[in-house]
Ligand binder design. Structure first.
Ligand SMILES: C[S@@+](CC[C@H](N)C(=O)[O-])C[C@H]1O[C@@H](n2cnc3c(N)ncnc32)[C@H](O)[C@@H]1O
Length: 397
């Protein structure tokens, strides 16, 4: 493909990504891989270049653009050398019109930027949300340790004792250590969210929103496969992906429990008042993961944000019924909006005066939230991780 044809292909794919974002359809990654499958004439170099253009354009646009072409013209403002490729050649994009408008830049739509500002995320902190994320690994302590594991490339040793960092795009999926479960891909911030649970062998721990088990696997390793570890979720398909992952990781202790939306505690009834800890890795807007998923900015709306806050409040209340006296809830969101983080902790404590927000002694992040209802916040700018809010609530004895 010529460079101009790559630009035109990227424009077409961006049109689909924009349409899918509006209709809550397939995410950008899937749109890109489906295009590659359907257009075999594009070789690996073409596909890589097109992907760069697409993600460059997505990062460069703040609010959702009107068209793929407007998005690409916004990228031209950031990378002016691309303008020459709008040459009207065969398969290339038509020349840029004299008054043709580019899409608007910025961090996100103005209302989202306002919410971030109220949550103390602006300037460098806001811009870092769109930087390219590195690739972080967690060495699976059930099968290996960072000190004795031979990997095809030496990574940067991270503060988390089994964490390693590689450049974005490193193809770790092809490494034998990945295929045999010695390593997992996990953001450094997510590794600390798991460490905040302080899971001990022999404890009873519920990972209430386990999804496909990214954090459950880390908890199983911390528990050395001893005790009770429940992975629950309302999404059957996500939860079903945990079984092969757990087998590969040698995490034999995990019990999966599918929950009914609105009746979550029915399936968890036997654990009422019994759990040492409940991890609530709540569904959220994902503002802290835009580095990996910049198109998520285009999908966020106000009604959805309110719905997330309501679900988060319900989940914390339910978790409180599962925890034993003196037990703990670790509340985590990969969002930097207060309404999904510190506000939820403050609201819970208003209605549960005998519970306390206990500070987390993590060697990373900063305290965040009003006094008495604080958690820890990790941000891409300050910590080089995805953005997280992590809080610990301790039940009365
Ligand atoms: C942030 S994701 C969890 C990611 C996962 N813990 C990991 O580390 O890979 C949030 C999860 O919450 C689940 N969820 C949404 N509503 C729920 C509910 N009412 N009860 C339990 N899980 C719920 C979603 O299906 C989703 O898998």
């Amino acid at each position: 493909m010529t460079p101009a044809a790559r630009v035109q292909s990227a424009i077409g794919i961006l049109d689909t990504i924009i349409e899918k974002a509006r209709s809550r359809g397939a995410p950008a990654d899937r749109v890109v891989s489906e295009w590659a499958r359907a257009n075999r004439y594009a070789g690996s170099k073409d596909r890589r270049a097109i992907r760069e253009l697409i993600y460059g354009a997505i990062r460069a646009c703040g609010p959702i653009p009107n068209s793929g072409r407007a998005a690409m013209l916004r990228l031209v403002e950031v990378q002016p050398e691309l303008a020459d490729l709008f040459d009207g050649s065969n398969y290339g994009p038509p020349a840029i019109g004299k008054n043709e408008a580019a899409a608007v830049g910025g961090v996100a739509a103005p209302w989202v930027v306002r919410h971030l500002g109220k949550s103390w995320i602006s300037g460098n902190e806001a811009e870092a949300l769109l930087e390219r994320a590195p690739l972080d690994l967690r060495v699976n302590a059930l099968k290996a340790s960072r000190d004795n594991l031979e990997l095809p490339a030496a990574g940067e040793e991270l503060l988390a004792d089994n964490g390693l960092r590689y450049p974005s795009g490193t193809q770790v999926e092809q490494w034998p250590a990945f295929q045999n479960g010695q390593i997992e891909v996990q953001d450094h911030g997510s590794q600390w969210a798991c460490r905040a649970v302080k899971a001990q062998p022999g404890e009873t721990i519920i990972d209430m929103c386990a999804g496909a088990g990214g954090k459950t696997l880390s908890l199983a390793a911390a528990m050395e496969n001893r005790g009770t570890l429940i992975a629950s979720d309302t999404d059957r398909s996500r939860l079903s992906r945990l079984r092969p992952r757990a087998e590969k990781a040698g995490a034999s202790m995990i019990e999966r429990v599918l929950l009914d939306h609105g009746k979550e505690l029915v399936a968890l009834n036997e654990f009422r008042g019994k759990a040492d800890a409940v991890l609530v890795d709540a569904p959220c807007s994902g503002t802290g993961t835009w580095r990996r998923n910049p198109e998520a900015r285009w999908r966020l709306d106000k009604a959805e944000l309110l719905k997330f806050a309501e679900t988060q409040a319900n989940l914390i209340r339910m978790a409180a019924q599962l925890v034993k006296p003196g037990g703990r809830i670790i509340y985590v969101t990969c969002s930097l909006l207060n309404e999904e983080g510190s506000d939820r902790i403050a609201a819970f404590l208003m209605g549960h005066k005998d519970w306390t927000a206990t500070p987390l002694d993590l060697p990373i992040g900063r305290p965040h939230g009003v006094e008495g209802a604080q958690g820890t916040r990790l941000t891409p700018f300050h910590d080089g991780t995805d953005g997280f809010f992590i809080a610990q609530l301790t039940s009365p004895c």
